[in-house]
Design a protein around this ligand. Sequence first.
Ligand code: SAM
Length: 281
Amino acid sequence: MATLDGLPPLRDVIQRFGLDARKALGQNFLLDLNLTQKIARSAGPLDGVTVFEVGPGPGGLTRAILSLGAKKVIAVERDSRCLPALAEIGSYYPDRLEVIEGDALKTDFAALAVEKADGGPVKIIANLPYNVGTQLLINWLMPADGQWPPFWESLTLMFQKEVGLRIVADEEDDHYGRLGVLAGWRTDAHMVFDVPPQAFTPPPKVTSTVVHLTPRQNPLPCDVGKLERVTQAAFGQRRKMLRQSVKSLGGEALLNKVGIDPARRAETLSVDEFVALANSL
Ligand code: SAM
């Protein structure tokens, strides 16, 4: 059967290389190249862009990114079983795919950007393993070197829908919490489209969603550690009034310093108000 890009159908690839999905590695594969192209397209133009992909697996999304004209894909994959299938894609797109076998949580993406992108634009696109997705996002939002704007121009990432809702949530939204404050402080984040369970092999239990994030060029200055402390305390007891939930950080005195009514609750505070609180710690 012909495919969009002339490479073999993914179902055949999976069979030929024995890539039965492993739950422990969060493996839910996308086999429909129309869908993987739709995901890759939501990252915007890819011409001249070096794309970092996490968890390429059998390569459905990788193929889409390459067929849409990315300059190069640097893919980090933990499962060595996938490497021969990815090598086949690499020979079809000479010099444009580099696969690094390893754990994305231990990968220094900022250093990779310096090494691999020659100062050109970098975008991150991934159908993330659910068990590590949130931690990777936090790492990209809070780079160890404190550098902002970061090395990436955008993040286009698949999450469980419930996590996507938390990332894009604003105040007064049921899903607003620590993740929404961090993402809202440093990025403009929005949900692009949902992907139903049956689009994956094997299907996960819940609906997924693609989230697109671009860095805010000038987020309000704030110490990340302090922002973390404030959001943890405030949302740790989200139903309580702030005078109670941030008691250990200074309670009413702290809130009065920045003119926030101590009777308010965490979910009513805007990102800017959280930043003001953190800055007055
Ligand atoms: N991108 C493929 C697709 O869309 O069909 C596969 C997506 S699957 C949800 C997640 C992939 O991430 C798997 O290939 C899995 O082996 C890989 N993976 C899991 N944990 C990882 C980690 N810590 N670092 C790098 N890759 C990981």
